[in-house]
Design a protein around this ligand. Structure first.
Ligand SMILES: *[C@@H]1O[C@H](CO)[C@@H](O)[C@H](O)[C@H]1NC(C)=O
Ligand SMILES: *[C@@H]1O[C@H](CO)[C@@H](O)[C@H](O)[C@H]1NC(C)=O
Ligand SMILES: *[C@@H]1O[C@H](CO)[C@@H](O)[C@H](O)[C@H]1NC(C)=O
Ligand SMILES: *[C@@H]1O[C@H](CO)[C@@H](O)[C@H](O)[C@H]1NC(C)=O
Ligand SMILES: *[C@@H]1O[C@H](CO)[C@@H](O)[C@H](O)[C@H]1NC(C)=O
Length: 363
């Protein structure tokens, strides 16, 4: 009898415990949904409301005043060079194709069946465009800000081509994209066989070693056909926060250390660096805003494209179906990119409306 009593008591406790457990689980799931799913939705709404947000990322007036002072003027016939920082899966290829093929103010000379074009100035024959389809990947495949600027690769390569050291004005440009969409697009590209294994990841003057930057896969085999689960569970996956990392000065955070030993302080430094470098760019496009990006580019550089990028740049691949928890996870591991993207869209709106105002005044 006693035994049965104990049993039923335990049983009663068990039922309560299970109910509590179920309740706690629901609460936990709800908080994940709130923070990771609802939050980006609110971000998107804010963006649609023309970037007037509550968060004080930077002082708008300060920025536009500074912009007024040093209005960008690209001089086609002098030492001005446009440099494109190509972050994977951000519509960069579309933009680069447009620069060499459909840009009429300073046309590049392209030949049939040749990927690369000659974008030399006709006076000096030196290039005015540093990009995949003009100079090629001379600083490494998808070279990042650290390789191009911090390690002076652009300067070095152009000096070598010119045959002597020379002062130039560099106009840095890039494209950004919704981080979750970009990440999924990169996953699909890797699944189809891309690895970008030949990227050098130069930092502090030397390429990253296997020790600095372990690979997620056997380089002899590659990562083709990888499952999403495997893709997102590799801690060294460079797809995580790729946009922030590729735009920041990695010398400030000990290069790739943060991948092995994540640290809040280093993330913060990297984030601030990426934002600063973005602010200093003459142009950056947003994949979700192709028409405005084209307007921003054309009016900044006084160049015109003969076609619309928004028509060209439609994504080819079809959608990957994700579970809610996968989506929440992906948003969470790209938190820095979400912060950067949100910041970038606000800055983008500022710059585009500033250019529209200027155009109205000129007319
Ligand atoms: C552009 O550069 C050329 C050559 O240095 C110079 O002669 C010309 O005045 C410049 N144009 C403008 C608008 O600054
Ligand atoms: C430079 O090239 C453009 C277009 O190819 C041409 O119209 C122009 O006459 C050239 N200028 C010089 C100085 O060769
Ligand atoms: C300009 O450079 C291209 C490619 O390097 C070369 O084919 C061409 O002959 C050069 N033109 C002049 C005038 O130097
Ligand atoms: C990058 O950071 C290093 C280390 O602080 C600094 O010396 C260098 O000037 C920075 N370079 C750029 C381009 O920001
Ligand atoms: C999506 O992918 C499947 C399988 O690869 C293909 O058969 C289908 O046509 C694609 N759909 C679209 C809309 O591209």
């Amino acid at each position: 009898m006693k035994k049965i009593g104990m049993c039923s008591l335990r049983g009663w406790k068990g039922v309560l415990g299970r109910k509590l457990f179920v309740f706690a689980t629901i609460l936990f799931a709800a908080s994940i949904v709130y923070f990771y799913i609802d939050f980006p939705l609110r971000v998107t709404n804010r963006v649609l409301n023309n970037g007037i947000g509550e968060d004080d990322f930077y002082n708008y007036e300060d920025t536009s005043q500074k912009e007024n002072e040093k209005a960008i003027s690209f001089n086609k016939s002098s030492n001005d060079v446009i440099v494109f920082v190509h972050i994977q899966k951000t519509a960069g290829t579309t933009f680069e194709k447009f620069l060499v093929r459909y840009q009429q103010s300073l046309p590049c000379k392209c030949q049939a069946h040749k990927k690369r074009c000659n974008c030399g100035r006709n006076a000096s024959n030196e290039t005015w465009l540093f990009s995949r389809y003009s100079t090629g990947w001379v600083c490494g495949l998808h070279a990042d800000f650290t390789e191009l600027v911090v390690n002076s690769c652009v300067q070095r390569v152009l000096d070598k081509q010119a045959g002597h050291k020379k002062r130039r004005n560099y106009f840095y440009t890039t494209f950004l994209r919704n981080p979750t969409d970009r990440f999924i697009s990169e996953f699909r590209h890797v699944q189809r066989g891309a690895t970008w294994i030949s990227s050098k990841h130069v930092c502090n003057g030397k390429p990253a070693s296997v020790n600095d930057l372990p690979t997620c896969f056997d380089p002899r085999i590659g990562w083709e056909g990888v499952s999403l689960e495997e893709f997102i569970s590799c801690p060294y996956n460079l797809a995580f926060n790729r946009q922030t990392r590729m735009l920041s000065n990695l010398s400030l955070v000990g290069c790739y250390e943060h991948l092995k030993k994540p640290s809040y302080e280093q993330d913060k430094i990297m984030m601030e660096s990426a934002k600063e470098n973005l602010r200093n760019m003459a142009f950056f496009g947003i994949k979700e805003r192709m028409d405005d990006s084209q307007f921003y580019f054309e009016n900044t550089f006084g160049m015109k494209f003969s076609r619309k990028m928004s028509v060209w740049g439609k994504s080819k691949s079809n959608d990957t179906v994700l579970t809610d928890s996968q989506l929440a996870y992906i948003q969470n591991v790209n938190k820095l990119d979400w912060e950067l993207y949100e910041y970038a869209v606000q800055l983008f709106d500022e710059r585009v409306s500033h250019l529209r105002r200027k155009r109205r005044i000129r007319r």
